[in-house]
Design a protein around this ligand. Structure first.
Ligand code: ZN
Length: 140
């Protein structure tokens, strides 16, 4: 039986060994362009815009939580000079203890977790003291 040479007559496609485009499209950046990272400028822009959007989305999520926290503290303080509440009161409103804008240390040396212009501090009895920025004192 004669052996077929068909398999050997198939043209062998030259393999593109240049790196894959960073945008994730699966294309190679192209022959002789091993210093390149992207298939084209369009792919580069697409990749950068995706990263930028992802980062903005992350920030937006945190901003939303911070604004919500600020609103909760403001509502609980209810325009008083300070307010003492339970952790449950904060939790019931959906307070997210993970986020605050900065730390404010009072004249008496107590650290408050601040959300923009309102702040809280956990007291020794497990309750929470809420204060707000006023004409008398800033929380900066
Ligand atoms: Zn690409």
């Amino acid at each position: 039986m004669e052996k077929s040479l068909d398999n050997f007559e198939q043209p062998i496609e030259k393999k593109d060994e240049s790196p894959l485009c960073l945008c994730g499209c699966g294309k190679h950046v192209g022959e002789g362009r091993s210093h390149k990272k992207y298939f084209s400028d369009g792919h580069k822009n697409l990749h950068h815009n995706r990263l930028k959007k992802k980062n903005l989305d992350e920030i937006r999520l945190i901003d939303t939580e911070l604004k919500k926290n600020q609103k909760i503290l403001k509502e609980l303080l209810d325009e008083k000079e300070f307010q003492i509440v339970t952790k449950g009161a904060l939790q019931a409103r959906g307070y997210n203890f993970k986020y605050h804008t900065h730390i404010f240390t009072s004249a008496t040396g107590n650290d408050f977790c601040v959300c923009y212009n309102y702040a809280y501090r956990k007291l020794d009895n497990g309750k929470y003291k809420i204060i707000g920025e006023s004409e008398k004192g800033s929380l900066a």
